[in-house]
Design a binder for this molecule. Structure first.
Ligand SMILES: Cc1cc2nc3c(=O)[nH]c(=O)nc-3n(C[C@H](O)[C@H](O)[C@H](O)COP(=O)(O)O)c2cc1C
Length: 343
């Protein structure tokens, strides 16, 4: 089933059900502008049904890693145009993953104290920059939140201007939106915290603002109900995601995407795998992700657990993953040394 087409919506049909998961590579230039090498890297993977770009910083205080690309300056928009043209020339479809890291940002990059739902510090230090410990974030005011929502929508507009076919809002992996959704990081007592409805408010405002800016067919959302990265689960978190997914059912998004490194095991408080949990509560297109190989991806498609399957690390190791899977050629195995080169 992996190689059958999939109609995402009236405007987008994918050639197959293989998706390239978003993969941060840290190869943008020092102004966070995508380079020619990045254009070639994505173009080489254009035979996948849908490419989701690496997470892309939507404004300077959202940056949490060195040389991650941005989508707020004219130069960055032009840099992305090179990428989208190269992918489209090869017949590919590419969404931009738009990103604010919230408390996982660092003032080293922007000169600004990180912003988050509450002043709850992330333990540890910035990856690749071990001497930079995470800082105590500043609790977003209501006007900060309104500004952030506008900035997500502007990033969506910029992405479409860059030639992307759509955007995936990064609501996963313990970054800003996920920090609002989880109780460990959201201690607010105003209308953005304290109940499933309130914790979901920021995510829903961002989604609706992006839909208004570029249309629902071009807007998607990645979610991590399991709180497995940069976060710890708290009893009752599942209710927030149940509420949120029910609300999303009304919005006709392009898709919802599982944000997980390993979705092969059940999670107690979600009553199954993350993909099972989302499938139970969400009626639209679902992309599964986290530990797939060809067999498990086909099984999930055939059992209707998900509609599309995303692969991450195998795409770093194999630019020709789709052809290799299709022809039964053995894959190059992923290892972290491959992260030092973009090819
Ligand atoms: C090097 C690396 C970078 C990643 N960058 C991102 C990212 O920018 N955005 C995101 O949502 N997930 C990111 N992820 C998670 C992947 O999208 C995916 O969920 C994960 O690799 C599990 O899929 P896999 O088992 O097929 O690799 C990254 C993972 C790796 C290994």
């Amino acid at each position: 089933m992996l190689f059958t087409p999939y109609k995402l919506n009236e405007s987008i049909t994918l050639a197959n059900r293989l998706v390239m998961a978003p993969l941060t590579r840290c190869f943008a230039d020092d102004d966070l502008v995508p380079t020619e090498a990045m254009a070639q890297y994505y173009a080489k993977r254009a035979e996948t049904g849908l490419i989701i770009s690496e997470a892309t910083v939507l404004r300077p205080d959202g940056q949490g890693y060195p040389n991650t690309p941005g989508i707020y300056s004219e130069k960055q928009i032009e840099g992305w145009q090179k990428v989208t043209v190269a992918v489209h020339e090869k017949g590919g479809i590419i969404f931009s993953q738009i990103w604010h890291t919230g408390r996982a940002a660092h003032s080293y990059f922007s000169g600004k104290q990180p912003i988050a739902p509450s002043a709850v510090q992330l333990e540890g230090s910035v990856p690749r920059m071990r001497d930079l410990s995470y800082e105590v974030p500043h609790e977003a005011t209501q006007s900060d939140i309104a500004e952030l929502v506008k900035d997500y929508a502007q990033a969506a507009i910029n992405a479409i201007k860059s030639g992307f076919d759509g955007i995936e809002i990064h609501g996963a992996n313990g970054y800003l939106i996920d920090q609002f959704l989880h109780q460990e990081t959201n201690l607010r007592s105003d209308n953005y915290g304290g109940s499933p409805e309130n914790r979901s408010r920021f995510a829903l405002e961002v989604v609706k603002a992006c839909i208004e800016a570029v249309g629902a067919d071009k807007v998607a959302l990645r979610l991590s109900p399991a709180a497995y990265f940069n976060l710890n689960p708290v009893e009752g978190d599942a209710e927030t995601f149940i509420y949120l997914l029910n609300q999303l059912n009304e919005l006709n998004l392009a898709y919802v995407h599982v944000g997980m490194f390993d979705d092969t095991q059940p999670i107690d408080y979600l009553d199954g795998r993350v993909s099972d949990f989302i499938r139970r509560h969400y009626t639209g297109t679902l992309i599964g992700c986290g530990g797939y190989d060809q067999q498990s991806a086909n099984e999930d498609l055939e059992n209707n657990v998900v509609d599309l399957t995303a692969f991450g690390r195998p795409f770093i190791a194999n630019h020709d993953l789709v052809s290799k899977l299709q022809s039964g050629t053995s894959l190059t195995e992923y290892n972290e040394d491959q992260l030092s080169q973009l090819n």
